[in-house]
Write a protein that binds this ligand. Structure first.
Ligand SMILES: *[C@@H]1O[C@H](CO)[C@@H](O)[C@H](O)[C@H]1NC(C)=O
Ligand SMILES: *[C@@H]1O[C@H](CO)[C@@H](O)[C@H](O)[C@H]1NC(C)=O
Ligand SMILES: *[C@@H]1O[C@H](CO)[C@@H](O)[C@H](O)[C@H]1NC(C)=O
Ligand SMILES: *[C@@H]1O[C@H](CO)[C@@H](O)[C@H](O)[C@H]1NC(C)=O
Ligand SMILES: *[C@@H]1O[C@H](CO)[C@@H](O)[C@H](O)[C@H]1NC(C)=O
Ligand SMILES: *[C@@H]1O[C@H](CO)[C@@H](O)[C@H](O)[C@H]1NC(C)=O
Length: 460
């Protein structure tokens, strides 16, 4: 009862605070804006010189308001009150604060050239430096604006502020990004992960962060324990199925077409399709003894005890990581949710999904990983220059003596030499290197290429 009273009286206090705040703000804004028509209709000379003088007192009051709101926000934070009401109140104040700050800097921003209204997608580069004004959604502007540190000091990372960034292609996907950033602060986000993924795949990557509450599965049940989780289909309840053609894991595991994706269509069939991969030898042409499928033990035996951590850049459900785990090797699996909940599946198996696109520089430091494995992801579709950028980035994060395992890369025969030149240019030591005909289709125009390569030391 006493607690209730306290909550009630706190609520009333806050209500009064907001009322007071709103009246101060409205007074300032009325004054501020009533000046403008007068100034603009006047001669240009007055407009250029006088506004600074006249507006300064208002700016001072605005500073005071900003200070008071900041204190209030800090008070809420310190009170450790996690009730929905306090959260809403806090985000409301943060929102007001953002609005006031953007109004305060509004005059300066208006002088920045507006982007020409011309064709937006044809020349992205010219928009890149005009960011905040280009987008209409207030939340995007707030996000991309530089956030100076409080008290104007450098932080422990040596930066004066935080420079939040978005991908350059966001400028050519203006409408989609505005749709994505159109939400109420503190409310539940739209069910729009697919929009987010489309933005990312098309180069609006990194995406801005959002201040709405992400959705979750309606009835999440606790995940299975390891090792049971690794070879069982997870509980359907632990995934949001709304934007997939399949509505459960059984549908994804079933060997029928029409699942909404084609790469790795069998990857959810853990028992029949996934179990033998990298463990049981496969010979695509039974008459010959060459195979593009190396076994994990063969590869690990190249460097006994040295391979501990790595990255798998493939399409699938992280069975590679599951098998490597049995050898005490920790593999992070890069993945996108292309037509199926790959990220959730990998996480529910107890493995680490790294949700990222091929557009991005890898989030690892130079010379850190012991192994990079890739299959079914890069193949004959990939542009030669893009392949170069990707290979050099992989090279960067691999440590000296680390292994690059290209697993069943396939392409047209006539393109093979150009791709192989790409792989050769790294000047890695070749442990394994095979080219075999691809026989799963009825033509013989395609070939598989597999290799295990070792990064040389570079003592300079
Ligand atoms: C923008 O440019 C692209 C290609 O340069 C063209 O296809 C498109 O029609 C143009 N759009 C407008 C609105 O001018
Ligand atoms: C894009 O803008 C740059 C700099 O403004 C210009 O040099 C270039 O010709 C433009 N490209 C196209 C395709 O319009
Ligand atoms: C950071 O602040 C310091 C001191 O105020 C200043 O000298 C420096 O130029 C600032 N750096 C940037 C990148 O703004
Ligand atoms: C996996 O594939 C096999 C063979 O096609 C099939 O018999 C089995 O039912 C599939 N597993 C699941 C879980 O659908
Ligand atoms: C699924 O079907 C395809 C062709 O329909 C077949 O090639 C593949 O082996 C099947 N997978 C399994 C696990 O049975
Ligand atoms: C993995 O580590 C465990 C615990 O340290 C050890 O018992 C096991 O033999 C290791 N397995 C392999 C394949 O090295």
């Amino acid at each position: 009862m006493g607690k209730m009273k306290l909550v009630l009286s706190r609520g009333i206090l806050r209500f009064v605070f907001i009322l007071g705040l709103l009246s101060i703000i409205s007074v300032i804004f009325l004054k501020f804006y009533s000046l403008k028509p007068f100034l603009i209709s006047d001669t240009k000379c007055i407009y250029d010189i006088k506004p600074q003088l006249r507006i300064n007192p208002q700016i001072d009051i605005l500073e005071t308001v900003i200070k008071r709101i900041e204190h209030e926000i800090i008070d809420i934070r310190d009170s450790q009150d996690n009730s929905p009401y306090a959260l809403r109140y806090g985000s409301f104040l943060a929102d007001i604060l953002g609005l006031i700050e953007s109004a305060k800097s509004g005059d300066k921003e208006n002088e920045v050239a507006k982007p020409p209204e011309s064709n937006m997608s044809s020349n992205v580069s010219q928009f890149v430096h005009i960011s905040p004004d280009f987008f209409l959604t207030e939340e995007i502007r707030k996000y991309v604006r530089i956030k100076p540190n409080r008290l104007g000091k450098q932080n422990f990372m040596g930066a004066n502020g935080t420079f939040t960034s978005i991908g350059h292609a966001c400028f050519s996907m203006k409408e989609e990004l505005e749709e994505y950033m159109n939400y109420d602060v503190g409310e539940i986000c739209n069910d729009d992960w697919r929009l987010a993924q489309r933005l990312m795949v098309h180069g609006c990557d990194p995406l801005p962060r959002r201040r709405c509450i992400s959705r979750g599965p309606q009835y999440y049940t606790k995940p299975l324990p390891i090792p049971e989780s690794i070879w069982s289909l997870p509980d359907d309840k632990n995934v949001r199925w709304s934007q997939y053609r399949c509505k459960n894991f059984a549908c994804l595991a079933n060997n029928k077409t029409g699942k909404g994706f084609f790469k790795c269509a069998d990857c959810f069939n853990l028992t029949v399709h996934e179990m033998p991969r990298w463990v049981v030898p496969v010979y695509p042409v039974p008459s010959s003894n060459s195979t593009p499928d190396f076994l994990i033990t063969e590869v690990l035996d190249l460097k006994p005890g040295e391979i501990r951590i790595g990255l798998d850049f493939s399409v699938g459900t992280a069975t590679f990581a599951a098998r490597m785990r049995e050898h005490n090797v920790t593999i992070v699996s890069a993945t996108l949710n292309l037509g199926a909940p790959f990220s959730e599946m990998i996480a529910l198996r107890g493995l680490v999904p790294l949700y990222m696109t091929i557009n991005q520089r890898l989030p690892f430091f130079d010379n850190t990983l012991d192994i990079i494995h890739t299959t079914r992801f890069l193949d004959g579709w990939i542009d030669f220059v893009l392949l170069d950028f990707i290979l050099y980035d992989w090279d960067r994060v691999l440590r000296p003596g680390g292994l690059l395992w290209i697993d069943s890369f396939f392409c047209l025969k006539e393109d093979l030499d150009d791709y192989l030149d790409g792989f050769r240019m790294l000047r890695y030591k070749k442990h394994k290197w095979v080219v075999v005909p691809k026989v799963d289709k009825d033509d013989d125009r395609e070939v598989f290429f597999s290799a295990v390569l070792e990064k040389p030391p570079r003592p300079f």
